[in-house]
Design a protein around this ligand. Sequence first.
Ligand code: ATP
Length: 366
Amino acid sequence: MADKNAIEVRGASKIFGTGEAQVAALDNVSVSIRENEFFTLLGPSGCGKTTLLRLIAGFDYPTDGEILLYGQDIAPLPPFKRPVNTVFQSYALFPHMTVAQNIAFGLEMLGKPRAEIDGRVAEMLRLVRMEALKDRRTSQISGGQQQRVALARALAPQPKVLLLDEPLSALDYKLRKEMQIELKRLQNQTGITFIFVTHDQEEALTMSDRIAVMSSGRILQVGSPWDIYDRPAERFVADFIGETNFLDADVVSATGDGRATVRLSSGVEIPATFPASVMPEGKVTIVIRPEHARVAAPNGTSAHVGHIENVVYLGTDTHFHVRLDDGTPFIVRQQNSRNGNSQTSFAAAERVGIEFGRDVAQILKD
Ligand code: ATP
């Protein structure tokens, strides 16, 4: 992947309202989005995702800070002059027009010659696999098909950056899953930089090259899906991206390469990693994902000991809800495979030991 920046947001803030009604929708946000990357803004409702997208599109202006597109400040450019296009949650298609006419619309507005428009529309129909329905009105096709047309229409003028604001949220679960794969394919095939907004962590992990996790108008962490899931820097990020366990620990030693040894409240020492921006010491919180731990009969190597409060069978997995002897809740997720690996089963109220895989503990920033 090229390391050239398509978009650079520098210290952008956006304040809505005045006096007591003032809301900082964005609070000094800086982020660089690379050319050709599938970049996702992920966070709960109201964290500022749409506001950031609107500033990039030019539908709104920052109160402070600047936005560069390939190194150029885009503040003077109105939305239609930016090489940026947006796909909205409500596809905003013209219902009385055909699929092909909808895709052609933006190109016609740009005054492109007919032959070029026809060629581009044919190419887009192929790209989103809608050739067979090109003469149907968009009021006569399904939600998933409408989504494809909206994508084709936005991609037709060959924008450098495509902004997607929760474009899959109106689709049912199965179609959503299909469209996630489809979107990733479209991004790969076109090489256009995608900036995708969602509050759905699974969606973000499935599609993104990198994810920015947002909360209350700020970006807390930017990284690959692996970084965000396995090496969360803050409690909010760890908690927002899937189920997890937090444990108190004391730092025994830490080295400059991001590796440490921590002592759990049980007295057992385990290795842990930590974010580059901190040098941990004293009391810390560590995070361990449920699938990186297992329950076993308590023994001398158990990291913690406790009792099972609840067992939840979920087909592929079983979740064991354990209460550790120090009172902390802890969830273990074990796969239910019949691949020859013996699985020990435990029932509610049984005493169990918790064991960890290698390199699974991450120290959080304070
Ligand atoms: P959602 O997932 O619900 O769309 P979001 O993360 O996209 O949320 P934004 O729409 O960017 O969040 O809103 C961020 C904050 O700014 C919210 O508190 C919102 O109420 C506020 N806000 C957004 N637009 C305006 C506006 N035009 N006037 C006043 N406040 C606004």
